[in-house]
Design a protein around this ligand. Structure first.
Ligand code: 3PG
Length: 306
């Protein structure tokens, strides 16, 4: 039977681990967990005998693939697969998959929670503001954005979105006002929530051309990837726009400078928290195990990304 390695530098919740084990036990697939590892050499060693790997944000690059002589499939238990070298995976004849949608509600709840945290002045005891009546502009309209929109509409926000891959009809049916170009997101939102993947088109794509457009008092909410923002432009936005705020799930490279100069308008989670719920871990982890079983049993490649 194929051997599955679950390699998670940031481990799944105990409940999720139990349920992943139950799925694999039922299929009679042997497995091994490598959790909390700090040395990539441990990963290289552990992948040597694996036919399949389940990962989170763990890096699967050419070196890992070279060490994984038997590997047929890697499943990223989550949405973003920028941590997998897809070209190297294909060259090694390894199928790469993600588990879209499975952890999205958790990320959406964090995005809303971070908006409230900033609206209330990071709970500093002074009068803050409410989200109701404010404009939320979503950059991207995938699963996380859609869950975020649903909650935001419930709170009473006016929600807008731009996504060239999603029809206006889908948005309007969900009570969201479609925007026709990227710049409109930045001119419209009191809150701008980023929901784009990190790839060669999007990395550093949020430049001063866009950040220079934001309204006074605008808050950028980043539960996507730090790499999508051009940090020079970000620092300029903080310097020139005296009420500009950023709340982000994982520190940008300029974290120390932002903390030093603008701590009242900036917050970053110390470790990526978006998908850190028992429910999200369970949904994504179990989906990953099932996708691996379906791949070996039926040749199912439904969620292949390479
Ligand atoms: C994702 O892409 O699914 C999220 O960023 C969650 O990543 P994590 O599994 O590393 O928390």
């Amino acid at each position: 039977m194929p051997k599955v390695l679950i390699a998670t530098e940031k481990p799944f919740a105990a409940e999720a681990v139990q349920q992943i084990k139950a799925e694999l036990d039922q299929a009679k697939y042997p497995y091994e967990f490598l959790e909390n590892y700090t040395d990539v050499a441990d990963l290289h060693k552990a992948v040597a005998e694996a036919d399949a790997i389940i990962i989170r944000s763990d890096i699967v690059d050419a070196a890992v693939l070279d060490a994984a002589k038997k590997l047929r499939i890697v499943v990223r238990a989550g949405a973003g697969y920028d941590n997998i070298d897809l070209v190297a995976a294909t060259a090694h004849d390894v199928v790469a998959m993600n588990t879209p949608g499975q952890n999205s509600n958790a990320v959406a709840e964090l995005a809303i929670g971070m908006m409230i945290y900033m609206a209330r002045g990071k709970f500093n005891g002074k009068s803050g503001s409410e989200l109701a009546g404010k404009k939320l502009a979503l950059y991207g309209y995938g699963y996380v954005a859609r869950y975020t929109a649903k909650i935001a509409i419930g709170i009473g926000m006016e929600v807008f979105a731009y996504d060239p891959y999603i029809s206006n009809e889908v948005m309007t049916n969900e009570g969201v006002k479609p925007l026709s170009k990227v710049a409109d997101i930045f001119t419209t939102g009191d809150y701008i929530s980023l929901h784009i993947p990190a790839n060669k088109e999007t990395k550093k794509s949020i430049t001063w051309d866009l950040l220079g457009l934001v309204r006074s008092g605008c808050t950028i909410v980043n539960t996507a990837r730090k790499e999508v923002i051009d940090e020079e432009a970000l620092l300029k936005a903080f310097a020139e726009k005296k009420k500009f705020r950023l709340v982000t799930d994982v520190e940008p490279d300029c974290h120390a400078e932002l903390m030093e100069k603008y701590a009242d308008r900036y917050f970053a989670t110390p470790k990526k928290m978006g998908a850190q719920t028992e429910e999200a871990n369970t949904n994504a982890g179990v989906a990953a195990a099932r996708q691996i079983i379906a791949f070996f049993e039926k040749g199912d490649v439904a969620f292949k990304v390479n």
